[in-house]
Design a protein. Structure first.
Lengths: 293, 310
C-alpha cells in the first residue's frame, strides 16, 4: 500500500506505541519489583519506579546459587540434546518423505499425520512413560518424547522437496549412498529451515515446566521454569529445601516478594535478551509452516 | 538393465528403499513409543485402573467412567468453560491478529515495523510461569498494580482477584490475546507482503480508498490462512492451552468454576489418582477433536477446496 498520509502515519505510530507499552510495561514492572525493598512493597505496593532501590534479593540468590545454577544446568543439557537429536532424527525421517521414489512414503506420512489428529492423552502417556519405560525422574523424559514432531517434520519435508532434484540425482550417479546425500548435500542446503526448527524447539524446551510438573519429583532434576513455579507457589518448598541444605535460604528466611521476582528475572532474563536476536528464524518458520504440506 | 527391472517396487529400487527405511527408522520407532503405545493405554478408560494390576489386569467396567463423568457436576462446568473460552479465542484471535497485521502493513517505515514486531513477539519467548508472575504483579490483592490503578480512579482498592471467579473469563481472554496476537499477526503480515504490488497501484489509480483496498485486496488474500488456522483451532475446541489455564489462575480451587477446562481437569485427575476417569475424559476430548478437524476440513473443502488443510 503505497499512499501514506502523514497524519495517518502519526496516528498509526501512536497506536503502535500504546500497544508496545502494554508489552514493555509488565516486563519493567517485574524487574522493578525485584529491585524494590521489601518494606517499600509492603507500604506502597508494586511500583514501576521503586521507592527504595534495594538489591538484597539478588545478593541473597548470588550468595547461595546452587539451586538456580543446578536448574540452569539441567535445562541447558536437555535443551541442547533435544535440539540436536531432533534435528538429526527429523532430517533423516523427512528425507525419504521428500523423495519421489520412496515406496512407503504414503504410509509413513499417514503414520505421522495421524499422531496430529488423535492422541492417547495425558494419562495413557503417563502410564506408559512411568510404568513401562521408567522415564520418570530421569533427564530423558525431557528429551525423548519431544524429538519427533509430525508438524515440524512435514515442514522440513516441504523444504527438502523444494531443493533441485538434479543435485541428488547427480550424487547418486556418482555412487553416493542416501545417508551421504542427506548429510553432505541436503542438510547443508537446508540450513534456513533447520535453523528455524532448531530455534522453535529451543524456545519450547527452554520454557518447559509441565514435563517436570508431571514426571519429576527429584529437585536436582527440576527444569528452570518449574523451579520458578515452585518458588511462586510454595513458600514451604523453599523452607524445606533450606532444611535439607539444598536450598537458597536458611529456614527462618521465607522468600519475600522481591526475592521471588528476582528469581523470575534471573531465570527468564537471559533468554528474553538472547531469543529476540534470532527472531528472524521464527518469522521464517511461520511463513514456511503456512505453506500447506 | 533387465536385472534392474526385477529389483524394483513400483519403479523404485529396493536398495534405495532399504536405505530410506533405515533413515526413517529412528522417527518411526520414537513415534511408535511415544504416540502409538499410549493408544494401548486408552483401554483403561473402560476399566477401573489399579496400578498394581497394570493396564491389562485391571477390571473392565464398560462405559462407567464416561457415565460417571457425564453425570457429575464437573462435566457441565468443564465442558462449558472449555467451549466458551475456545469459542471466544477462535473468533477474537484472527480478528485482533488481522487488525494488527493490517496496521503493520500500513506502516511506512520498515524500521518501525521491525521494532514493533520484536516487541509484540516478546511473549513468545516467555514461559507460562513467567506470565503467571507478571499477571500476579498486576492482580496481587495487597500490592498489585491493578488495584492501585483502580484506587487512583476512586474504585475500591482491596479487590481479591484470586477469589473472584467472575473476573477470570475477561482476565484470561485478555492474557491469551496479549500472548498470541503478535505471533499470529506476523503470519498474516507475511501473507500481506506476498501480495503483488501492482494490484495496489492499479487500485489507487482507479481512485480506490484505503478501506476499499483493505476490503477488496487485503482481506481476500488472508482468507486462506484464516481458514487453516481456524480448522486447527476448531479441532482443539475441547482442548486448550494447559499452561494458560493452570499457571495464570495459579490453580486456585475457588476459581475452578470459571477457569477449569478439560486439560486442567484431566491433569488434576492424574494428580489425584483418578486415572480411569481422566483417561475417559481425555479420550472424549481427543475423539471429538479428531471428528471436528475432519468435519471442518470437509466443510472448508466443499466451499473452497484450495483452503482446506488436507
Amino acid at each position: 500500500m503505497n499512499n501514506y498520509s502523514k497524519i495517518g502515519q502519526i496516528i498509526l505510530n501512536i497506536v503502535f506505541i500504546l500497544v508496545c507499552v502494554t508489552y514493555i510495561f509488565p516486563i519493567l514492572l517485574t524487574i522493578s519489583i525485584s529491585i524494590s525493598s521489601e518494606n517499600s512493597i509492603r507500604e506502597f505496593g508494586y511500583k514501576l519506579i521503586p521507592h527504595v532501590i534495594d538489591f538484597t534479593a539478588y545478593k541473597q540468590i548470588f550468595e547461595n546459587p546452587q539451586t538456580i545454577l543446578n536448574s540452569y544446568t539441567v535445562t541447558i543439557i536437555f535443551t541442547v540434546l533435544t535440539v540436536f537429536i531432533s534435528l538429526i532424527v527429523m532430517s533423516m525421517g523427512a528425507y525419504p518423505l521428500s523423495r519421489k521414489n520412496c515406496a512407503f512414503k504414503k504410509y509413513f506420512s499417514f503414520y505421522l499425520f495421524f499422531t496430529m489428529l488423535f492422541s492417547g492423552g495425558l494419562v495413557p502417556s503417563y502410564i506408559i512413560n512411568t510404568k513401562y519405560l521408567h522415564l520418570d525422574n530421569s533427564i530423558w523424559i525431557y528429551i525423548l518424547p519431544c524429538i519427533v514432531s509430525a508438524w515440524n517434520m512435514i515442514i522440513i519435508r516441504t523444504f527438502f522437496q523444494g531443493l533441485p532434484e538434479g543435485l541428488v540425482e547427480a550424487a547418486k550417479i556418482d555412487g553416493a549412498s542416501e545417508l551421504k546425500i542427506l548429510f553432505r548435500i541436503v542438510i547443508p542446503l537446508s540450513v534456513p529451515v533447520l535453523a528455524t526448527i532448531a530455534f522453535m524447539t529451543m524456545i519450547a524446551k527452554w520454557n518447559d515446566w509441565n514435563t517436570a510438573l508431571i514426571y519429576i519429583r527429584e529437585p536436582k532434576l527440576y527444569s528452570l521454569q518449574y523451579l520458578l513455579q515452585r518458588i511462586l507457589r510454595e513458600a514451604e518448598f523453599l523452607q524445606k529445601a533450606a532444611l535439607d541444605g539444598t536450598g537458597l535460604y536458611t529456614a527462618d528466611e521465607i522468600p519475600t516478594e522481591s526475592l521471588r521476582y528476582a528469581m523470575a528475572v534471573l531465570a527468564s532474563g537471559p533468554a528474553m535478551l538472547i531469543f529476540p536476536l534470532f527472531q528472524k528464524y521464527l518469522t521464517q518458520g511461520l511463513v514456511v509452516g503456512a505453506i500447506k504440506g | 538393465m533387465l536385472k534392474n527391472k526385477n529389483n524394483t517396487i513400483k519403479g523404485s529400487k529396493i536398495s534405495d528403499n532399504i536405505q530410506y527405511l533405515f533413515l526413517a527408522l529412528p522417527s518411526i520407532i520414537l513415534t511408535f513409543i511415544f504416540c502409538y503405545l499410549p493408544l494401548y493405554g486408552i483401554i483403561i478408560a473402560f476399566k477401573n485402573f489399579n496400578p498394581n494390576l497394570g493396564v491389562w489386569g485391571s477390571e473392565w467396567v464398560g462405559f462407567d467412567n464416561f457415565k460417571f463423568f457425564f453425570t457429575s457436576n464437573d462435566a457441565l462446568r468443564v465442558t462449558r468453560n472449555t467451549i466458551l473460552y475456545n469459542g471466544a479465542f477462535i473468533i477474537l484471535n484472527p480478528i485482533m491478529a488481522v487488525i494488527l497485521a493490517l496496521m503493520f502493513f500500513s506502516l511506512k517505515k520498515r524500521l518501525a515495523v521491525k521494532i514493533y514486531n520484536t516487541i509484540v513477539l516478546l511473549p513468545k519467548f516467555m514461559s507460562m510461569v513467567l506470565v503467571s508472575y507478571i499477571v500476579y504483579a498486576f492482580l496481587n490483592p495487597a500490592s498489585g498494580f491493578l488495584n492501585q490503578l483502580l484506587g487512583n480512579l476512586g474504585f475500591p482498592t482491596n479487590l481479591d482477584w484470586y477469589s473472584m471467579p467472575k473476573a477470570w473469563p475477561i482476565i484470561l481472554t485478555v492474557v491469551q490475546i496479549w500472548l498470541t496476537v503478535g505471533m499470529n499477526s506476523i503470519l498474516y503480515y507475511a501473507a500481506l507482503m506476498g501480495i503483488d504490488v501492482a494490484l495496489f497501484e492499479a487500485a489507487y489509480i482507479e481512485g480506490a480508498g484505503k478501506i476499499c483496498v483493505i476490503k477488496n485486496i487485503c482481506l481476500p488474500h488472508l482468507y486462506g490462512i484464516v481458514c487453516i488456522t481456524t480448522i486447527l483451532a476448531v479441532g482443539n475446541i475441547f482442548g486448550g492451552d494447559f499452561g494458560l489455564f493452570y499457571q495464570v489462575p495459579r490453580n486456585v480451587g475457588g476459581l475452578y468454576s470459571t477457569t477449569d477446562i478439560i486439560p486442567t481437569y484431566v491433569f488434576r485427575g492424574l494428580q489425584d489418582g483418578n486415572m480411569s476417569i481422566s483417561t475417559a475424559v481425555g479420550l472424549f476430548q481427543s475423539f471429538v477433536g479428531m471428528i471436528l478437524v475432519v468435519l471442518t476440513n470437509a466443510i472448508v473443502r466443499k466451499i473452497s477446496p484450495e483452503n482446506s488443510l488436507f
